[in-house]
Design a protein around this ligand. Structure first.
Ligand code: HDD
Length: 729
């Protein structure tokens, strides 16, 4: 068997996983033999089998639970070889004419090594370039059986999935915590073929017709002259477009809300955005919207946290997802449907279901849960899996069909097309991560990177030479048959329905559904983003859009920009608020929440261990923070004052007062960001140093057990909202 993976030595990795390992180490017991970090000088014996180069897919073709990873280590063979399997004696020196001579062109190993390296990169995705992904399983509860014949939605059916989360605007190396929409793309490896649900964490889109996609993306991406700013919408071209093209105002308002800066990929909703058409066994159809609901709730960062993280840990979301899965804190979402009747008008309660800039409020059409997804394994190779995965809204299975939403229609073309450039040819479905778990019997042949060796002479139909095979399937054999939805008799024209023209009512609905603190964050976001624009005319035009949405919001933003408040120019309806759109107010499980425990040499080890045990016991994760790394008595330190950062923590328990600038800063930030804070009586001076009121909301003082319990009690609401509101008022 391959040797166990080397434990990480990087202190930054000692987060979730190590916190649990610490807990099971018996104090005083001899530590396990540390692994040697010297490079071994002997080959591994006995020689392992020939390296399996078929890729990192860890699932069986039938989608069975989970197999062992093919390779936990990069190399399985004992000896280094060329790509063709010839063993090599030296990979460190080029072949030269003498030790000081020129390098010889005949050095085939040098040329193979460098040439391969020169071509290691593929083009990044034109949008959603920055992402992180995980494997998981989806289990259906059967509630969808009445509306769809999709086999993977039958009760108790378990289907392997691969999910990729992403930002939209930034390049592959951009920061995770920027203000942006997040992609939420799920590949279901069903036994009827791959089904892709390629959605976002925002239920509406900037545009109503796919032909505008290059426009919105050109406007949102960095300016073409200097290629700045990276991964941001806070610049002139973005606001130029959305203020002129007011159908983008709804999506933009969601971006300006705390949804634009999620706390974690694990704490994000997902939406299919478009309306889809489901068909059941009886051939009955319904119109539906897909929703992913995170078990941990939907939560955002504060803007200051997001900015700090962009510098301190630009990989925050990527790390958070991988750490949680590695530690066994497997994130879960329920999949839910809004089911609406399939009427000829394709509307529901006056809302045009083909318009992707509109939501259907949950109060009008409640969600029905149809299954649960659990992400349980990290990719073993980022490139092979996260980078090469290719989603496509046209990957459908029997029972799920598309509608005429003009945005969806254009997407059905775009996704295959982009993979041909990105993945170098039309055979990307053969890449391990994209391979279906159903049997494939196509007549697609040849092309760049063809890996199949097809037998037979007749990849065409009809044929007699291959006995007529393959045959067409009917509905009884599980064929995908388009729903025979009627197409209205009409004329060819470049136009859209008049019902698409209301660009403001639902933006008002969203804004007025938020709690005051969420509204304040929206106003702050507009003030920041528009404040970063140079063109006065663009700011003024966006203020006119805000005037149509909400006069008070418009006045706050105009005040911050130092511009006059415009009069509203359009009549906008007064929609009923939808409380389901709020992120503040509910309580959620605290699994995997991180609680910093500030301690030093003076801290009683038994107290420190008891605090950690209590935090673990509640399902959260203690992170011991001390003046130095290494150990505090028997307890390992996870962050030194140098590496600790308040922004990765959800709460802080202070067991030792410190006047160290970094510890003081950490506490001050935790206070400003509305984090739960517990300070033991003996460390009360920590609050004095900052002039913080111990009676402020969300500050618990007392003995260690009481402050720990108090902090744990505060975590389910995500933040101490009263304090946050008071601090940012
Ligand atoms: Fe798109 C990628 C989501 C409209 C064209 N899109 C992409 C990804 C997500 C979405 C999550 C990343 C998939 C991954 O992780 O690999 N896109 C959406 C949603 C939309 C949407 C929710 C509207 C409701 N997209 C949209 C339109 C077009 C595209 C209208 C073009 C007409 N999208 C693409 C693309 C990408 C893509 C250029 C880039 C990489 C890829 O497809 O595979 O083809």
């Amino acid at each position: 068997p391959p040797p166990a993976r080397r434990p990480a030595v990087d202190e930054r990795r000692t987060t979730v996983a190590d916190a649990r390992d610490d807990e099971i180490r018996i104090p005083g017991a001899p530590a396990a033999e540390p692994p040697s970090l010297e490079e071994p000088t002997e080959p591994r014996e006995p020689l392992p089998p020939k390296p399996d180069q078929s890729g990192p897919e860890t699932r069986t073709p039938t989608g069975a639970e989970t197999g062992a990873p093919q390779s936990a280590v990069a190399q399985q063979g004992a000896y280094l070889t060329t790509a063709n399997g010839t063993r090599l004696a030296d990979t460190d020196h080029s072949l030269k004419a003498g030790p000081r001579g020129p390098v010889l062109l005949q050095d085939h190993h040098l040329r193979e090594k460098i040439t391969h390296f020169d071509h290691e990169r593929i083009p990044e995705r034109v949008v959603h370039a920055r992402g992180a992904a995980a494997h998981g399983v989806f289990e259906a509860n059967g509630a969808a059986e009445g509306v769809t014949k999709a086999a993977f939605l039958r009760a108790g059916t378990r289907t392997r999935v691969f999910v990729r989360f992403s930002t939209v605007l930034g390049s592959r190396g951009s920061a995770d915590t920027v203000r942006d929409t997040r992609g939420f793309a799920t590949k279901f490896y069903t036994r009827e073929g791959v089904y892709d649900l390629v959605g976002n964490n925002i239920p509406v889109f900037f545009i109503q017709d796919a032909i505008k996609f290059p426009d919105i993306i050109h406007a949102g991406k960095p300016h073409p002259d200097r290629e700045i700013p990276q991964a941001q919408s806070a610049h002139d071209t973005f606001w130029d477009f959305v203020s002129l093209h007011t159908e983008a105002q709804h999506h933009t308002m969601w971006n300006m809300s705390d949804r634009g800066i999620p706390r974690s990929y694990r704490m994000m909703q997902g939406f299919g955005v478009h309306t889809f058409r489901l068909v059941n066994e009886a051939g009955e159809t319904s119109l539906v919207k897909f929703h992913w609901r995170p078990k941990l709730g939907t939560h955002g960062l504060t803007w200051e946290e997001a900015q700090l993280l962009s510098g301190k840990d630009p990989d925050f979301h990527r790390r958070d997802l991988a750490d949680a899965i590695e530690a066994g804190a497997h994130p879960q979402w329920t999949l839910a449907l809004q089911v609406m009747p399939d009427t000829p008008e394709e509307t529901f309660e006056g809302i045009d279901l083909l318009d992707p800039t509109k939501i259907v409020p949950e109060e009008l059409c409640p969600l029905q849960e149809i299954g649960t997804m659990t992400l349980d394994a990290n990719p073993s190779n980022f490139f092979a899996e996260t980078e090469q995965v290719a989603f496509h809204p046209g990957h459908l299975v029997p029972g799920i069909d598309v509608t005429n939403d003009p945005l969806l229609q254009g997407r059905l073309f775009s996704y295959i097309d982009t993979q041909i450039t990105r993945l170098g040819g039309p055979n990307f479905a053969q890449l391990p991560i994209n391979r279906t778990h159903a049997d494939v019997n196509d007549m697609l042949r040849d092309g760049m990177h063809q890996t199949a060796v097809h037998a037979g002479v007749a990849p065409y139909k009809p044929n007699s030479l291959d006995g007529g095979c393959p045959f067409h399937a009917g509905a009884d054999e599980g064929a995908f048959i388009e729903v025979p939805a009627p197409v209205a008799e009409s004329v060819k024209e470049r136009s859209q329905p008049a019902s698409f023209d209301d660009h403001f009512t639902q933006v008002r609905l969203f804004y007025r559904s938020l709690t005051p603190i969420e509204q304040q964050h929206v106003a702050d976001a507009y003030a920041f983003e528009l404040g970063k624009c140079y063109e006065q005319a663009i700011k003024e035009r966006q203020l006119r859009a805000l005037a149509a949405i909400d006069a008070e919001l418009c006045a706050i933003v105009a005040g911050s920009l130092g511009l006059p408040v415009p009069e509203p120019e359009v009549e906008v309806g007064d929609p009923e608020p939808s409380p389901a759109l709020r992120m503040v107010g509910d309580a959620w499980p605290i699994d995997g929440r991180m609680v910093g425990v500030v301690a030093d040499e003076s801290t009683d080890a038994a107290v420190l261990m008891a605090v950690r045990t209590a935090i673990h016991g509640a399902g959260a994760l203690p992170v011991v923070i001390a003046p130095h790394g290494g150990m505090l008595g028997p307890v390992p330190v996870q962050r030194s004052f140098h590496t600790a950062t308040s922004v990765e923590l959800d709460g802080v328990v202070v067991l030792a007062a410190s006047t160290d600038r970094r510890a003081v800063e950490l506490l001050g930030e935790a206070f400003r960001h509305g984090k739960a804070i517990g300070v033991v009586t003996a460390a009360a001076s920590a609050l004095d140093v900052l002039g913080l009121d111990p009676a402020a909301p969300g500050i618990v003082t007392g003995d260690p057990a009481a402050v720990t319990a108090g902090v744990l009690d505060l975590l389910p609401t995500h933040r101490v909202w009263d304090r946050l509101a008071a601090v940012s008022a």
